[in-house]
Design a binder for this molecule. Structure first.
Ligand code: ZN
Length: 153
């Protein structure tokens, strides 16, 4: 499937994200407005906490238990952790102030934006495969890996 790929405005809470990072994940030439997680609309309606967890787990590093200088940034976007120490310092994140174990943990969770988008889709697919999960509507089914895998067969 060819994606629309138009830029979606960065949300206010994604303070370290480049302005043009977020991309529409709908198919090219789609009707209506651009969306980053179109396949999560159904879960947002029936299980909003699960929808939020899918987005958080796919795109954010794990949270620090408390906020302090050496605990590291809390739930920072995974793609931000792909930047060099110098680039991070220019954003106000001083990796040299963090404990080596924290740095290793943050770096281990680093992933590109595209990989995060693929993970969000795959997590959504896994959610619908869980015991007692709701049935995805046809639209959602086609937009997740469940749909992609079936179309590929
Ligand atoms: Zn679009």
């Amino acid at each position: 499937m060819i994606l629309c790929g138009k830029t979606i405005p960065t949300r206010a809470n994604a303070k370290y994200d480049p302005e043009d990072l977020h991309r529409c994940q709908l198919h090219a030439g789609h009707p209506g407005k651009c969306q980053e997680y179109p396949y999560l609309d159904h879960l947002a309606g029936v299980a909003p906490k699960v929808k939020n967890k899918v987005v958080r787990d796919a795109t954010k590093t794990t949270g620090a238990a408390w906020k302090s200088d050496d605990a590291g940034p809390n739930r920072i976007s995974r793609w931000v952790m792909m930047l060099t120490d110098a680039e991070l310092l220019s954003l106000g994140i001083d990796m040299s102030k963090l404990k080596p174990g924290i740095v290793a943990k943050l770096r281990e969770k680093a992933a590109s934006y595209d990989d995060c988008m693929a993970s969000a889709k795959y997590l959504t697919y896994l959610v619908y495969g869980m015991t007692n999960a709701p049935e995805p509507d046809a639209y959602t089914h086609h937009r997740t890996y469940a749909g992609s895998l079936q179309l590929a067969q």
